[in-house]
Design a binder for this molecule. Structure first.
Ligand code: NDP
Length: 297
């Protein structure tokens, strides 16, 4: 049996339509346009691609996009001054500082300088705390996108066994918190975990975010399980052509899993759509407008 392929592109398109429709409602009803400020420091090529894509999709959704491209040699003081200016700008509802920052800049210091209500990446320490304690905050985009796809697939996640592979602050930990909040029984594993294959083989949901190309073997997957592959790895499979692959051996896993996200075309497109959704949520909260359904967890 071949798994149902979870189409992240289609889910992202639906979410973007929902975002655009609410943006139009905010403009018509209140004369307010949600605004997202994106700060890019330096010339990292992958970051430049991500930032261009975020700006394009922000504008396509009818929102304002404010770009701030700073040289690699920007000082901590200069970056903090810009973040402070954006925190105080009423046209800006969401602020995203593109990571990674150049080495001389302290990422956590910069993220925690963003006003909590404008932290649309959900990386601020207080947003992490709100998520961990089951309170309303901004939810990190990638795990939020994964959760939305899982809810769309299952309806209720209650009682399912989930394994989250990877414990980073931006993917693994918030993913586990979200699954726990949706009443899954969650196991978190990492590079020191023993019996990884055995733990994976018990899971109804496998969320892989380890950054190791094709590491999770098809034969580890429980028949019928749902596999969410967060990994984005660029590899040469022997023919000199660079390809994007996930953390899961997709070709093998798709013959055993019940449902699986492809790479590319799975989690990736949902991440930016969730950033747009978070910006609309932040805008509604800042004005105490009713929050639209289906844009957050
Ligand atoms: P990190 O490198 O920050 O974290 C990787 C995690 O995986 C760590 O917790 C590490 O364990 C764990 N790990 C590494 N090797 C193994 C192993 N052999 N067995 C079990 N666990 C292991 O990565 P990120 O969380 O930032 O990203 C993970 C992947 O997701 C990457 O491929 C990244 O490109 C992708 N990504 C995709 C996004 C999207 O939009 N689709 C967005 C963000 C990330 P330990 O803590 O012990 O070191």
């Amino acid at each position: 049996m071949t798994a149902h392929i979870i189409d992240g592109k289609a889910s992202a398109a639906t979410l973007r339509e929902r975002v655009a429709s609410h943006v139009s409602h905010l403009k018509q009803t209140y004369g307010i346009t949600p605004g997202l400020a994106v700060v890019l420091v330096g010339e990292d090529p992958a970051s430049q691609v991500y930032v261009r894509s975020k700006e394009k999709q922000t504008i396509e959704a009818g929102m304002n996009s404010y770009e701030h491209k700073l040289p690699a040699g920007t000082t901590a003081g200069e970056l903090l001054a810009l973040i402070n200016q954006l925190n105080n700008d009423p046209q800006v509802h969401g602020i995203l500082v593109q990571l990674p920052l150049p080495e001389h800049l302290d990422e956590m210091l910069m993220i925690n300088a963003i006003a909590l209500a404008k932290d649309v990446d959900g990386f601020h320490i207080s947003n992490a705390g709100l998520l961990a304690t089951g309170q309303k905050g901004m939810v990190p985009c990638t795990p939020l996108g994964c959760l939305m796809m899982l809810r769309e697939h299952y309806g209720s996640l209650s009682g399912l066994n989930a394994v989250v592979i990877g414990r980073s602050n931006i993917v693994g930990k918030p993913m586990a918190q979200l699954l726990l909040r949706d009443n899954c029984s969650v196991t978190m594993v990492h590079s020191r975990t023993q019996n990884l294959a055995e733990i994976v083989s018990r899971a109804d949901i496998v969320a892989a975010a380890l950054g190791r190309p094709l590491f999770i073997q098809g034969e580890w997957i429980k028949p019928g399980a749902t596999v969410i592959d967060v990994g984005i790895n660029r590899i040469d499979q022997g023919d000199g052509i660079m390809r994007l692959v996930g953390d899961v051996d997709y070709e093998a896993a798709k013959n055993i899993a019940g449902a699986i996200t492809p790479v590319p075309g799975g989690v990736g497109p949902m991440t930016i759509a969730c950033l747009l959704a978070n910006t609309v949520t932040a805008c509604c909260r800042s004005h105490s407008f009713p929050e639209p359904a289906g844009l957050t967890a």
